[in-house]
Design a protein around this ligand. Structure first.
Ligand SMILES: Nc1ncnc2c1ncn2[C@@H]1O[C@H](COP(=O)(O)OP(=O)(O)OP(=O)(O)O)[C@@H](O)[C@H]1O
Ligand SMILES: [Mg+2]
Length: 339
């Protein structure tokens, strides 16, 4: 089955008077397969919303090609828009309408049976607040109402920009269950953007990671994380003065070994095994006092993947090594080491 979404070489440059043009999308490629929850993951400002807006014909682009259900967009968007539900811009609601009335009006204008309104209210978990006016809705409740609105027409493709925004933990859990049910049980293709790897890891089957408007990696979420989440070794010495020389010895002794000095310890990545570190140091007359293996956290994997963008046209394949963070700036330190 061909991908539901195919994007290749997408470019978007924002131009403002008296400002340097800004390449928000710099040749972005993305493919989304049918019947999956696909995560579109990238740091703030990496071009996720810009891509989704371009895909839905809300903004123009400066190059590249996009297809949805095999149809070229935006040219053929009118032919496929009826099959797409989306929440990308923050939706505006009539404040004095209740949640149910909001959906009823939309359903009527689209010729959708009113029984569907109750179905989607139930699905997004708004049934009990359906009679309240939208004016009193929290951010999370508005987000649910927007998703309900997108679901009304039983879309085959659901596009959501940061759907977890404003949701509390129970709301996130509920949204996750709903999106997975839609994809896995109802065959809906779901594309969600996020800037949190942990969220994508829990929700999505596959993902595209972007940084600075380019694809860095794509594939199954589990494969990408497994391919990049190796472990690192922490090495300490009784005499912290030996750290400098130990760093030189380790860095020059092994191909692909990267060493970072961090407070009173060394952080070694890419070493063949822990014993190699002990042996290499002992051969140079350096004796360590402590050696521990630490598993890299998700946050550091994400930073590693998005910290250094590859050259255009050279996406990193799943399992392929990515450039290590610079010496002295280990990802763990940069993120505060959240586990
Ligand atoms: N209307 C605009 N005018 C000028 N620059 C813009 C505009 N919209 C976005 N940008 C810039 O384009 C880049 C990509 O923005 P975009 O909103 O697509 O990022 P994002 O990945 O969705 O980020 P976030 O995670 O914060 O939502 C950013 O540098 C942003 O400042
Ligand atoms: Mg955004």
């Amino acid at each position: 089955m061909p991908p539901v979404i195919e994007i290749s070489g997408l470019r978007k440059t924002y131009r403002k008077l008296l400002r340097q043009p800004h390449n928000a999308l710099d040749g972005l490629d993305m493919e989304v397969a049918a019947g999956q929850v696909h995560g579109f993951l990238g740091p703030n400002g990496s071009g996720k919303t810009t891509t989704l807006r371009a895909l839905l014909g809300l903004i123009g682009t400066d190059g590249g090609a996009m297809r949805v259900f095999g149809e070229e967009v935006p040219r053929r968007l009118p032919q496929v828009i009826g099959r797409i539900g989306a929440v990308v811009e923050s939706p505006q609601f009539f404040k004095h309408f209740s949640g149910r009335l909001t959906l009823q009006v939309l359903a009527e204008s689209a010729g959708i049976a009113s029984a569907r309104v109750d179905e989607v209210l139930e699905q997004v978990g708004l049934r009990d607040q359906a009679k309240q006016s939208v004016k009193g809705y929290s951010l999370g409740m508005r987000q649910r109402l927007a998703v309900a609105q997108a679901l009304l027409k039983r879309p085959e493709l659901l596009v959501l920009d940061e759907p977890a925004n404003g949701l509390d933990p129970a709301g996130i859990h509920h949204m996750r269950e709903l999106l997975q049910w839609l994809a896995h049980e109802q065959g809906v293709t779901v594309l969600v953007s996020s800037h949190l790897l942990s969220e994508v890891q829990q929700l999505c089957d596959s993902m595209t990671i972007v940084s600075r408007g380019r694809r860095i990696v794509d594939g199954k979420v589990a494969d990408i994380i497994a391919g990049h989440s190796g472990s690192q070794l922490s090495v300490r010495f009784a005499d912290a003065g030996e750290i400098g020389r130990a760093m030189e010895v380790l860095a020059s002794a092994g191909d692909g070994v990267s060493v970072a000095a961090e407070r009173e310890r060394l952080v070694v990545t890419g070493a063949p095994e822990a014993a190699w570190v002990t042996r290499t140091l002992a051969d140079a007359g350096l004796y360590l006092s402590e050696l521990t293996t630490e598993t890299k956290n998700l946050e550091s994997v994400f930073l590693e993947l998005t910290g250094t963008a590859p050259q255009a046209g050279q996406p990193v394949q799943v399992g392929q090594a990515v450039p290590a963070p610079p010496v002295g700036a280990s990802a763990e330190t940069a993120t505060g080491g959240e586990q």
